[in-house]
Each structure stands twice: as C-alpha cells, then as structure tokens.
Design a protein around this ligand. Sequence first.
Ligand SMILES: Nc1nc2c(ncn2[C@@H]2O[C@H](COP(=O)(O)OP(=O)(O)O)[C@@H](O)[C@H]2O)c(=O)[nH]1
Ligand SMILES: [Mg+2]
Length: 305
Amino acid sequence: MGLFDTLKQALTKTSNVLNTDIRDLFKQARLVDDEFLRELYASLIKTDIGTTAANAIRDRIKSEFRGRRIEMQVAVDHIKQHFRELMAQDVHSIQIAESGPTVVMVVGVNGSGKTTSIAKLANMFVKQGKSVVLGAGDTFRAAAVQQLAVWADRLGVEIIKGEQGSDPASVAHRAVAAARDGGKDVCIIDTAGRLQTQVNLMKELEKIRRVMTNLIPDAPHETLLVLDATAGQNGVSQAKGFSEAAGCTGIVLAKLDGSAKGGVVIPIREQFSIPVKFIGLGETPDDMAAFHVDEFVDALFSDSL
Ligand SMILES: Nc1nc2c(ncn2[C@@H]2O[C@H](COP(=O)(O)OP(=O)(O)O)[C@@H](O)[C@H]2O)c(=O)[nH]1
Ligand SMILES: [Mg+2]
C-alpha cells in the first residue's frame, strides 16, 4: 500500500464523518442559505476543527456563495482550500546535529503514544541507515522499560536502561554518553508521562535536559511532544502550556487512525507555534508519516473528491 493509501485508510473515521455529511448536504446542488450554513457548520465541528475555524469557513462560504446554488465539488474545493490555509506549515523533519549524535527527547502525557512513536522514529532512522541508541527514561514503571526494550530488540537498536524507580536523568546521561562515545547517529530518550501541573515532574524534565546539555552543548536537538488525536480538542490548550514549559520543538500527532477528530490539526496549528512533524497512523513501527498539509487534506476529503 502506498503512503497516500495508508494515510487515507488511517483517516477513514474522520473522512467518513466529513464526507457522509457533505454528501448528505448536497443531495442536489444546494442553495446556500441559513439552513445550509448551519448544517455545514455542524459537520465541520464534528471533526474537532474548533469553533473559530468552523465559523471562519462558514463565513467565507457565506460571503462567496450566499443566495446561489452550489455544487458539491465547488463547495468541497473551497472547504479544502480553507483547511489547507488553516493548517499551513512547511514539512519538517528532525533537526539533525551539526556534528555528533542527534539527541531527541520525547515528552507528553501518559498513554499519548510516546514509546510507540519512539519505535517508529527509530525504525525511520534505521531505514535511513543511521545507528540509534534508545534511552528508557520512563523509569516509573518496569513495564515501560520492558516495552521499549522489546522494540529495541525487534528493531535491532541499542538501548540503555535503568532500574525501575531510578533517576531518569541518569539513564538519559548514560544513553547520550553511549551515543556520543559509540559514534552513533541518533539518541532518542523516552520519558514518563506527566502533566504541566506536576511541578516535580516538570523539574525532572529540566534536569534531564541539563544532563544532555552537559554532554553535548546543543542537545537536545529536538524535543517532541506526542499528542493523542483521539482526545481531539480536549487538552490542546493544556498541551500548549506544557509544550512551552518543556521547550518542545515539534509535535507528533499519534493515533489519527483511531480518531474521528482528525480536524484537530487545525486547532493545533492555531495554538502552537511549533510544527506538526509526524503523524501516527497505527501501532506498528511503519505506521508513521511526515505531516504534509496537502496530502492530509486530500486524504480527509478523498471520498468526496
Ligand atoms: N491505533 C494507534 N495506536 C497507537 C498509536 N500510537 C500509540 N498507540 C497505542 O496507544 C497505546 C499507548 O501508547 P504508548 O506508546 O505506550 O504511550 P506512552 O504512554 O505515551 O508511551 C498503546 O496501546 C499503543 O499501541 C497510533 O498511532 N495508532
Ligand atoms: Mg511510554
């Protein structure tokens, strides 16, 4: 299956909502009146694009077409164009270190998809011919270390672990040192889930960063915030505070395949100054794609093209 088909399949839940509603809206060419605009707004809102964006799209369709009959294809093309504008960003990959290993730290709340996303990133780097060291910095739960160890084994990459309950900063230190001293290309550090309100855990993140910087002055080169797309708009604003506090440089939007709320990319793009770098499309290491706005919008509306 090609990447676009994978993306399209992963976005089925969201695109079903959009396309079913849109097809229903346009059983025949529709007069753009208040009723039509209300229905359009309601279907947009279901995908979690947020009220600001849904209002903006409705108002633009209103000002362009009010009182006229509109064909579905014309309306879809306009809506897609609005989506593209609201999501607009360049494609971003991982920022690579100028010399020495690239250090990537992965943060977010519990269960958002951090460890799985690390397996996907490691897989991507291995396929690029790069050597990878993982740091099992979620020392809270033995199962978390085990989960990462299983991925490391399957992907054939090195892993640095600590005892359960040990200092995650010390694991991060050993992992970054192993990558530097072993001449590895990439070091990815897992962390325990946390909330911005957990002051000690936020201080712990700072400590993890500090030990990395002590070893490699410009590390971490990338701090990825993993967000769970099934949560939709809930939590986007809290995540923004977290992202700023943790110095995040990019977003991984995981679990898009399980979500009908794929429109959440819009409030994420509205509220975050950092780009969406990758999207999670399933549970295996291959189920990740770089985030391309045009491709994403095409996949969302693929059934009504
Ligand atoms: N369907 C789907 N499941 C995912 C994705 N990413 C993670 N998961 C699942 O979400 C659950 C939590 O993921 P995990 O990586 O352990 O989250 P963590 O607590 O943030 O490390 C696991 O069951 C993963 O298999 C994704 O992109 N799609
Ligand atoms: Mg984890």
